[in-house]
Design a protein around this ligand. Structure first.
Ligand SMILES: C[S@@+](CC[C@H](N)C(=O)[O-])C[C@H]1O[C@@H](n2cnc3c(N)ncnc32)[C@H](O)[C@@H]1O
Length: 302
């Protein structure tokens, strides 16, 4: 059980928990790979319901791993799920029975990591989930204007990508970017807040930068391929995504595997309206607004 200090820090609420458990469909003694441990919420529930499961948990964020190690007695590695094959080889695990990728950020990363993921807090502009790769501020201070525009457009679907990139380059000529609020100011110069805004004007810029810094879409493509390879026959692959770029990759990957006859859709779980992903109930959204954009997809390997 988590101790009190740990429980206070342990703020991340697992999204689509009941639906994930159903989709993972773990049986006694199976091997489950949790590729995105986060706060350990999904793994904890698997362990609670199916105590004989062998759980292998990965997270690229050493701080997340440290916290989960304190509360769960499972096999844990600090690793990017794009290297899951390496981890399984080291553990001498040939095949796994179920995989979960619950993508994106945990609430702990967003709210308390101090790494500049949120435009609501003035923090150093780092945005790395792990300690590797380029920091967001270094990307903004060194990439050329066109490359920044491509990031904002490609990973944020930001309509004002050209103007924002121009403003970023103008400002960094005066003073290099250091903090989140400096970036928010640059975006607001181009897109001032309006009462008509449904989302904060900096939302897409922050999403785009985070995806670029962490190479999230490439990791997902590689993780899906390697994960599917590592699954045993009848193994279940469950992915929860939080924005359309991720969901498109998952949808197409799963559709291709089904189309090739290598996997089947788990029809009992999908809505009667066809190939729609599973989404959160109104009750869950009320309780945990983060679940609003979550989409769960699952396939079973043949
Ligand atoms: C939404 S949280 C997972 C929450 C978890 N399912 C729970 O219920 O507590 C996503 C986690 O995935 C991690 N992550 C994102 N991309 C990753 C990758 N490519 N490899 C490993 N971990 C990754 C993040 O560091 C974060 O801790």
């Amino acid at each position: 059980m988590p101790n009190v200090a740990c429980a206070m820090l342990d703020k991340h609420k697992p999204v689509l928990l009941q639906e994930s458990i159903e989709a993972l469909d773990i049986q006694d003694g199976e091997i489950f790979l949790d590729g995105t441990l986060g706060g350990g919420g999904h793994s904890e529930e698997v362990l609670r319901r199916f105590p004989t499961t062998r759980i292998i948990g990965l997270d690229r964020d050493p701080e997340a791993v440290k916290r989960v190690r304190e509360k769960l007695n499972i096999e844990i590695r600090v690793e990017n799920f794009r290297h899951l094959d390496k981890v399984l080889e080291e553990l001498e695990v040939r095949k796994v029975d179920a995989i979960l990728l619950d993508l994106g950020l945990s609430s702990d990363q967003l709210e308390t990591s101090g790494r500049g993921f949120s435009f609501l807090r003035d923090e150093p502009l780092d945005m790395r989930m792990s300690n590797e790769g380029i920091k967001a501020k270094d990307l903004l201070n060194s990439w050329d204007q066109h490359a920044i525009e491509l990031v904002l457009h490609g990973f944020g679907e930001e309509r004002d990508s050209r103007k924002i990139a121009e403003e970023i380059v103008r400002r960094r000529g005066i003073k290099p970017f250091e903090t989140t609020f400096e970036l928010v100011e640059a975006v607001l110069k181009v897109k001032p807040r309006s009462f008509r805004d449904k989302i904060h004007p900096a939302t897409k810029t922050f999403q785009a930068l985070r995806i670029a810094v962490n190479e999230e879409l490439t990791n997902l493509e590689i993780g899906l391929e390697k994960g599917f390879k590592a699954l045993d026959a009848n193994g279940r692959f469950v992915v929860i995504s939080f924005h359309s770029l991720e969901d498109r990759i998952v949808k197409n990957f799963f559709r291709d595997k089904v189309g090739l006859g290598l996997a089947k859709r788990v029809t009992s779980l999908y809505s009667a309206r066809g190939n729609k992903p599973i989404t959160a109930s109104m009750e869950e959204i009320d309780e945990n607004p983060r679940s609003r954009s979550a989409k769960l997809r699952v396939i079973e390997k043949i």
